[in-house]
Design a protein around this ligand. Structure first.
Ligand code: 0K2
Ligand code: SF4
Length: 338
């Protein structure tokens, strides 16, 4: 039997969707989630996790269903011998110190690229330098990085205006380090301001923004000028996701919005648009991108095109405490340098 004819008035308007690539999970997020899952598999529930393992409610709630218990501080955890995992964003040195004092079994899911910044900070401090950390006040990664060193060793610099009026300690050499999830362009401006004021300041070649943050921003820049609207899938407390929304608007997209998942998106927002861009922060699973596309399909006939600006082949090993605990565990992807 031929399919029923569609009345022209019932046809959905067409909408082109440009999917940014890369988008979504990075190697550090993938590793952090696998650490919690492996800890649950090897040790059973509950496994405590200090802070959201990554800034995404869907991820947190799915781990909770498997037996993870999320806390903000170690004093919320009983001395019951259960494992505790530190989140991907890193922790001040006082946290593993307190865990060791209480003889807790802890697993550190700090991204190795955040750990690299911690070691840079320690190296500068050992060389007698005062450290300027470019980052956002109150963010857990900033708290963790500042907490690698004694109070007063690190000064936070949040923007170029602060860099221009900064009063550095007299007679001390300076160094700068950065949060890993910043805006590439804003950070370049801050670094330029610091280098102008302090020409001998030590630091990385550019900044410490990670490969994943850099690539996701580059992908958004590539599609933003072609889009009438850009949807970022990510959480309001996710630094790298918030940066993607800013990058989209600065790169020429008239409107960019952040949604946590499909249900949050009113598809009417795309009414009158010819092209909508979609991306996802490093902590947002692809299932949530699929939800957003499904939501748009309720109102539009989608033509989806993926625009990939860079391939990523980065993977990080799990901590030895997990891999060596179970010789039957499947082999893990070898770590590669970004
Ligand atoms: O972007 P944020 O640092 O706020 O963190 P998430 O959204 O959880 O993304 C993972 C990055 C963690 C460390 O860099
Ligand atoms: Fe690591 Fe970058 Fe991912 Fe953060 S965003 S977890 S630094 S790879």
């Amino acid at each position: 039997m031929p399919p029923p004819a569609t009345h022209p008035s019932e046809a959905k308007p067409s909408l082109t969707v440009l999917l940014a690539g890369p988008r979504g999970f990075c190697a550090g997020v993938d590793r952090a989630i696998r650490i919690v899952e492996e800890a649950l598999r090897l040790h059973g529930a509950p496994v405590y996790v200090r802070h959201e393992i990554v800034h995404n409610r869907y991820v947190v709630e799915s781990l909770e269903r498997q037996g993870a218990v999320f806390v903000e501080e170690l004093d919320e955890i009983p001395d019951d011998g259960r494992p505790v995992v530190f989140s991907a964003h890193g922790v001040p040195k006082s946290v593993p110190a307190e865990a060791a004092r209480r003889r807790l079994f802890y697993l550190d899911a700090t991204c190795p690229l955040v750990g690299k910044v911690h070691r840079e900070a320690e190296r500068h401090f050992a060389a007698g330098r005062h450290i300027l950390l470019i980052g956002h006040a109150g963010h857990p990664e900033v708290i963790g990085t500042m907490g690698q060193l004694p109070p007063g060793a690190v000064t936070l610099v949040e923007d170029a205006a602060q860099a221009r009026r900064l009063r550095a300690p007299e007679g001390r050499p300076l160094a700068y380090i950065t949060q890993t999830t910043l805006s590439v362009d804003d950070t370049a401006e801050i670094v330029a301001a610091l280098r102008t004021r302090f020409p001998s300041i030590a630091g990385p070649a550019k900044e410490d923004i990670c490969y994943a943050t850099t690539n996701r921003q580059a992908a958004v820049k590539a599609i933003a000028p072609r889009c009438d609207l850009l949807v970022v899938v990510g959480a309001p407390n996710s630094s790298n996701s918030l940066r993607l929304r800013e990058v989209a608007e600065r790169a020429g997209c008239p409107r960019a919005i952040l949604v946590q998942r499909g249900a949050e998106l009113d598809p009417a927002v795309a009414e009158g648009c010819a092209t909508v861009g979609v991306t996802a922060g490093a902590s947002a699973p692809e299932a949530l991108v699929e939800e957003v596309l499904a939501r748009l399909r309720t109102r539009f006939d989608l033509c989806v095109e993926e625009v990939v600006v860079r391939e990523e082949r980065v993977a990080f090993k799990l901590p030895a405490a997990l891999t060596e605990a179970d010789p039957a565990a499947p082999p893990l992807a070898a770590a590669t340098t970004p």
